[in-house]
Design a protein around this ligand. Structure first.
Ligand SMILES: *Cc1c(COP(=O)(O)O)cnc(C)c1O
Length: 397
């Protein structure tokens, strides 16, 4: 059976990326690797839309989150974090583990923080050093306008804005330098289409000044050590060589497609998933929606376990469940990274069949697929004809 991963990390890996990892291992002080690493570093700057160096750490995404906290702040510093989901909450947990005075903006999971809420908190705490936010909250499928938040942070404080872009980089428009984002992080098993094991972090000049002063403990994730090593095109410790070789191939694919086209593709695929779900009679969770992942309520009265079993064992499709209090309430369909139109037709079609099989009958087979095709037709400007009571696609260009 074909395995079809529709989870927001890990995400599917293109065949040529997987093949790159099957090559014999090379040594990281070897010119061959140094050339790959320098190309990777250039392409990461393109991905982040920054002139700053992007540091590749050997860890999952949380490692880069921890690196941000440990390298920017000092004992007793105040920081604001937005808890609008599992990953926003994590910023607070990491801050507290390091003795940072973490001020929480807790919002109902399923919506985005407003600029006013951030402004109010900044006005209450004039001495805040950093504001931690999540661009695409993977646990709720909610998008946050970090461009707008960066303006609020810079207008109302001297704090840096630190953006968890783990499921937004490579899915949503993001211009690190132009938008004044001081720190951006991402991870390898999300929009970058390679396996878990690498995380990435870039810092503005202002953020680097804080790194100079930071007195929190750090060793493996010391960004000063990483910066020193990168001056010689190197890393302080043995990097995950095979993953970086794979990353080189993935970043070439990203460059070839073009960031703007990639952002547009994610917008289109995510819209198609939402329209497909609505046409089946499923209710969406979370607003405004992320282009990386769609959160959907389980319909009432179905056997949720059986539904997921049918999806997985009959159609090879793995979707993600909900986290914390959203467990058993929602499931999440990812469309982050290596996906195309036909993948989306397939997942919506499988949802329909699995739902029909567990007795959910508030739709006709094909309703969801038709809605998906209609979204694609609109993007491609293909004419949609009316045929009797049914609409159908008239032609293809
Ligand atoms: C996946 C993810 C992380 C990091 O998780 P890891 O399991 O450490 O890679 C952090 N934030 C967001 C928004 C994520 O989607």
């Amino acid at each position: 059976m074909k395995k079809r991963l529709f989870t927001p990390g890990p995400t599917p890996i293109p065949e040529n990326v997987a093949l790159a990892m099957a090559q014999p291992i090379i040594h990281h002080r070897n010119p061959e690797f140094i050339e790959i690493f320098s190309r990777v570093n250039e392409n990461l700057k393109y991905l982040f839309q920054t002139k700053q160096d992007v540091y590749t750490l050997t860890s999952s995404g949380t490692g880069a989150m921890e690196a941000a906290v440990a390298n920017l702040l000092s004992f007793g510093d105040k920081a604001i974090f937005v808890n609008g989901g599992k990953f926003g909450e994590r910023w607070g947990e990491i801050c507290r583990a390091y003795g940072v005075d973490a001020i929480e903006i807790k919002i109902e999971w399923g919506r985005a923080v407003t600029p006013e809420e951030v402004r109010d908190e900044l006005k209450k705490h004039r001495d805040v050093k950093a504001v931690f936010v999540t661009h695409s909250e993977t646990s709720t499928g909610v998008f946050t306008d970090v461009k707008e938040l960066a303006e609020v942070v810079h207008e109302n404080s001297d704090a840096v804005i630190v953006v968890d872009g783990i499921t937004s980089v490579g899915a949503h428009e993001l211009y690190m330098d132009d938008w004044g984002l001081d720190v951006v992080i991402t991870g390898s098993q999300k929009g970058l289409m390679i396996p878990p094991g690498l995380s990435f972090i870039a810092l503005s000049e202002k953020a680097w000044k804080m790194v100079e002063k930071s007195n929190l403990p750090k060793y493996y994730f010391s960004l000063k050590k990483a910066r020193k090593a990168l001056q010689n095109g190197d890393t302080p410790w043995t990097p995950a060589i095979a993953l970086i070789v794979a990353l080189d191939v993935a970043l070439k694919m990203i460059k070839d497609e073009g960031l703007e086209n990639i952002w547009k593709r994610h917008e289109k695929l995510s819209k198609a998933v939402r329209e497909g779900c609505k046409a089946i009679g499923l209710k969406l969770f979370g607003n405004p929606p992320s282009h990386a992942v769609t959160a959907v309520y389980f319909p009432d009265g179905i056997d949720k376990k059986e539904f997921q079993k049918v999806l997985k064992y009959k159609y090879g499709i793995t979707v993600a469940g909900g986290q914390e209090h959203l467990k058993d309430k929602i499931f999440r369909i990812s469309h982050l990274g290596y996906y195309d139109e036909i993948d989306i037709v397939g997942v919506i079609s499988a949802l329909e069949m699995a739902l029909a099989e567990v007795g959910f009958d508030e739709f006709k087979l094909g309703d969801g697929v038709k809605a998906v095709q209609k979204v694609f037709a609109e993007y491609e400007k293909i004419e949609v004809k009316q045929g009797g009571n049914d609409e159908f696609l008239s032609c293809c260009h």
